[in-house]
Design a protein around this ligand. Sequence first.
Ligand code: AMP
Length: 579
Amino acid sequence: MVTMKVDPTHPPAAHTATGFSPGFAALGLEASLLATLETLGYEEPTPIQREAIPPLLAGRDLLGQAATGTGKTAAFTLPMLQRIAHAAKQRPSALILVPTRELAIQVSQAVQRYGKELRISVLAVYGGQAIGPQFHALKRGVDVIVATPGRALDHIRRQTLKLSHVQIVVLDEADEMLDMGFAEDLDAILEQTPASKQTALFSATMPPRIKSIAHRHLKDPVEITIAKEPVKAGAAPRVQQTAYVVTRPHRGATLARVLDMAGPKSALVFCRTRLEVDEVTVMLNSRGHRAEAIHGGMSQVQRDRVMNAFRTGQTELLIATDVAARGLDIPQVSHVINYDLPSSAEVYVHRIGRTGRAGREGSAITILDPREQRLLRSIEQHTKAKVTVAPVPTVADLRSKRLERTRAAVREALDEGDLDRFRDVVDALASSGDPAKVAAAAVKLIFRAQGGERMEQDIPAMPIRPQELHRPPHRYTAYPDGRHQGASVRPQERRSGHGGQQAGMARLYIGAGRDAGMRPGDLVGAIANEAKVNSKVIGAIEIEERFSTVDVPEALARGIVEVLSRARIKGRKVTVRLF
Ligand code: AMP
């Protein structure tokens, strides 16, 4: 095996006058893909992309250790697209195997996005989806199949999926596929592919089982690991670090909520792409913030103007890409916010180093997707600093924060004095009523003027892996047959990293909890009646404030998710998925 240790430090900013980093071109990607990346607003490759793309383009097999959030999807998709676009069209040319339906959808969307210019067709194939339409699509022919192993094997056995022309196979999140019991399916699928194919295997962890699969299926692979060396002592600044876990559709609202709660005088918000920088800037300005964008696509004159506005306090929020921020002399800020988790620990440290300088207090806030919690843990390990995962502030939290601000503003005006000019108005209003009511009306006006009555949407709470919560959640644990009512999960039943379910059981997330009146019986009823599952086999149920979890036999889990996602629980539709 050829081993490359990736130094995750990005090279110095080297963007051109248009701001587009030559980084991607230097990796050997062709013009149409570079144009797509430019359109998507990617400014430079992430460490895993820098290391994986050249060997994959050269046709090498690859074993890559990378978690979600590092940019690994583009790392394997871009070279795959370039290679299959110019080869003889015998379809399917590429197969990507992923553990879950969500990932199948996500990866197929990425393939579509990156392959637009090259007119590459892609199909996601996963369990739980009607099989009929899949037959038709497969029959018509597609270039890239993104599939979960079970469903892929199903099609192979029905002879509706033939892999004899596949040139490239990617095993994505291989450790999760093994955790879900797909080891034999993977072997059976790979057996159907030509011996001459190129294979890439990505996994967040590299236990011996993964090494063994790699040994069996990869030929002299290039091995890539993001360097594990911790960041130099003292390199990470002492700042309060907090993370909020939300799904992608709620990231914007979460950012706005976090900013509304913090009320920073000067903050730097980091995004991964130029497109995101622009979107976030528009969104924040529409909510009354004074935000300016700064990215590699802007001219020097434009950047100077934005930086001046930020230095003089005319703009309170600077929304930037890493590349743009790297070349700038940015003054100390009170908050650094990662709208996206950066793709490596070094970039994270570099970003948050903009706050908490010279002994001042600083706050670093990260918004991350549930799937990126592992990457956050690896950043914690590298930086040897704790990042507290906290629940997203609720609408009620925000309202009380706003009231507190109004109260502080009134108190300040009282301390300032010089109130006699307004006395007559107060006296006139109070002459026919209660003076406290007059004061309350004035407070209401200030509250409103400060945006206190703006409508806010609820942001659904996401399950935070229990060991990652900064304070113990209020738990109500029950077993449907009455075992352990009110107790918590027995420690010996905990399986590290999986939140404590017994072996052979899978934990489901249900997007409704105590505040929706959810009780264990409602869940047992729904599972037993809708999914026709004997209630005796249902394991621990936990009702949290805003969500619940229930353990069910692993073999039945996906079927139960499928049925419950379509059903109503306590009269309403709720999100149901694997925890
Ligand atoms: P992944 O680790 O593949 O799930 O990617 C995480 C996110 O990073 C996705 O939203 C990608 O669109 C984004 N991304 C991937 N590569 C880059 C890059 N070079 N620059 C900016 N964003 C990227």
